[in-house]
Design a protein around this ligand. Sequence first.
Ligand SMILES: Nc1ncnc2c1ncn2[C@@H]1O[C@H](COP(=O)(O)OP(=O)(O)OP(=O)(O)O)[C@@H](O)[C@H]1O
Length: 976
Amino acid sequence: MNVRGIVAGEIEERTVSTQYGESDLAEVPLRLARDDLEGETRGERLADWTDGADESESDRASDGTDASDERRSNDDPHPDGGLTRERVADGQETTTVTLWNKWTESAEYLEPGMELLVTEAKTEQYQGDTQYATTGDSYVVVEPSFLVNVTAIRNWVECPRLYYLNKLSGVPLNYPVVKGTLVHEVFGDLLRGRDIEESIDARVEERGLQLGLLGETPEAVAEDVRENAKAIEGWLEQGRLTEEDSWRSEQLLISETFGIRGRADAIRRGGPVELKTGKNLKKEPRFKDKIQAACYALVLEEHGGDVDTGTLLYTKNSALDRNEETGDLTPAKDFSMGQGLLKFVVRKRNEIAAMEVRGEVPTGYEGDAKCEYCFEQDTCMVVSGRLDQASKAGQIGQALPAEEREYFQRLYRAIEEERREVHHEYAKLWEQDAQERADDDRALIDLEFLEKRELEEGRWELRARRTSAANSKIREGDFVLASDGHPVRGNAELATIERLGSAKRDSADSPSGPRPQGDEVVLTADEPVEVTRLDVYPSELTTDRLLVAVHDFLLKGEERRKDVLFGREDPTFDRPEETFVDNNDAQNEAVRLAVGADDFALIHGPPGTGKTYTIAQAIRAMVERGERVLLSAFTNRAVDNALEAVLEHGGDVLGADGASETRPGVAGDTHGVVRVGSESGVREDMEPYRLERAGDPAERVAELEDAQVVAATTATCGSRVMKEQGFDVALVDEAAQLTEPGTYAAANLAERFVLVGDHEQLPPVVRAENDLTESLFERLVEQYPDAGVMLDRQYRMNQRIQFFASQEFYDGMLRPAEPAVAGRTLDDLEGVSRDRLPESLRDPVSFVDVAGDDGQYTDSEEAARITELIDRYVDAGLSHDDIGVIAPFRAQVSEITGHVPDAVTVDTVDRFQGSSQELIIVSFTATGSLEGPIFEDYRRINVALTRPKRALVLVGDSQALASDPVYERLLEWAGR
Ligand SMILES: Nc1ncnc2c1ncn2[C@@H]1O[C@H](COP(=O)(O)OP(=O)(O)OP(=O)(O)O)[C@@H](O)[C@H]1O
């Protein structure tokens, strides 16, 4: 039987004499997980609090990662201490589990509060209690919900420091890595039956940009890949001859028992096959390679396989000259999969999980690698020297100042906490059943698979039909886990949502009509899964890149920048005496600061104050000075918006004078604008500026390197391609929504940086409550008020609407930019007359008192009233698509969505940030007391109240609202 629970006290280790001789044992007090509590984690409990607020625009970076999978409220009540510690629930049964022999090694890392799983345990009666012990078939798994990557286990076995260094500095762009990827891709293609030459040509072409940056020619690379691919073809031929083989190409494998995750290169006859682009002249595969195959074997066995063999394919072997090399030149080497090896792998995996949960840094002594043979020895010594870490390799160089080391540790801890939250999300893939996940908006279930179609690049297009109108967090452009029924136990692949139809009937137009055509979901994936379910699958790459950004800032960055950011020196400016904006002093000052900053400048832009306009003017001025500019922001939407403004206001200096018909912003060889991002991330009208990654290497590189303005999300700035780029200045929009490391991802690429944002609106997207919640923008605004300027004229709201936000959040400094703005009302819109509205709705700001129902996350009374209100405005001539409804919880969003026509935008505050609408209706969804994300953080209400241009209607329970002084003032202003 399997025993699972939380370590509930100190562990006792001893050696005893048994009939087999001396044996080690460790007695672990364990509080058993009750079935119904087993899945509960802190993340899940908090999800109840944040329902509705825990999302933001999903945003796919160029390489298929989510820049912001979802938003967590930053003001959740948040208990201190480690995550696992809290899972000890009172009143549960405590027992003892005895771990025998080598499993005592894993016991050494256990601490009270950690989770433990023992498979195939036996029961023993002791003084009337039932206790448990490992058997010969048992596995002991520490923190089973933490999914450790197979490559991490492999690295760890090689050297634990190597594992850590990889985490800190990421995988650089180098030829061996790119070649390795290409060979793997060709391998996958061959397994799927693609012609070898066609595959090589296509795959090399796809990597044009990367190869160009590495100075490689397609011909040379193709030849190199061909040599390696020969081994694969030969091996496949052998299999075909015996007709015994059944293959499956690369697949994502997750083990919920062993806490392991990875992509096996292939599965042959049920056993894992790993491809290595190196040579190996020994008969046996290398130990570290066996480790990798053994990891997959564990997962395959869990999924019902019986794996007795692993295969390593050393592709370089077939390229070697038989006359010069001695040894075993066969590329494919099989080995038998012994239980000893599998258990060893699990123990190593346990070391990683325990270290991660304890937030420790490995020293290298945990393994037995020899530093003198290690090609990472120098890096290892420098990192340990600068961060003053204990390391087996020793230290060189001078340590960073204490405050920088302390800062590093603080951020490291915070980022690792984020990572653990991502892992909690993974664990829910198997802890929750399909219906629970659907109810939690984490999955779309009951899809009807329609068809699969092979695309040119060897990928697949998958189509399915939605059969229910359920809501979910999943959006177009998202990366999801697409499965044929279960994301972990069935066939599953990572897929991109290309199109997400809705299964909702359009209640306004055809209440009883046929289902509309648009209920299809279109996905692209590497493998043709017959998809019937989609699950939210947050990317850990985002977390990885945050760590790399901190590392690069502290260990590779300029001293001067660190002096300024750590407060040892003041930022300096050399402002030009030029007028850049002649009708707005604050904007003009902002551009002067941005252009004249030696280190950085801050532009604080409250809602509608022309942030984007100012960015465009600043970039224009920088381009005129011959500077190369990086334009970045947290979301693709913001990047595209800003880029649009840059083209509009700076197109002439950027050569947008028609020099090129297809790329209006590009002229000649030296000017131009390039948008770096994926096809699904970049807005359609910016597509002409998007940098293609495929094609001729030299051309692709020239396009990127000659561009004077490069626009990309901050997540993409951390990609290998962007990390090779250098800029004079980085301009970052939405900077108040970025964590410090997130900001560094862009700032690290430039000599100086300009941050634009508003810290009175939504803070950074984080999952855990920690040091990441304050943006660099906010910190610097407080630290160096003189390095920034606040834009104080807004171009959006009627004066009545603007008043409250200005008083409450901007010290009364915000004013309409022009009389026309101050006086705008719905009457200005064609065909709309406020006279046709009920008297109570004629003012630009109105309050509608609804006693509400007692639902926690929904309020059907408010929803019903909002439907009526919309009808009133439509009767007065307003069109549906000029109306936006903001609700605090996703549940209330669904409630309202169900009643109003599609053209009305209904969403949470978080998704409304950055947009505006003629009429905004806010549903407070609070009866009795004020609870929920909108009330926990005034910044949310600021965002909600500053979205409308001409009319704002607040719908809520005045009694509940009056219990808080801010909302009492709000009621007064709204004229209740
Ligand atoms: N100095 C200016 N002169 C004329 N129009 C301006 C000026 N500054 C901004 N605008 C106009 O005001 C509107 C709002 O500007 P913009 O979109 O730049 O605001 P924003 O601060 O970026 O808005 P948000 O709060 O949504 O991010 C735009 O139509 C813009 O063209």
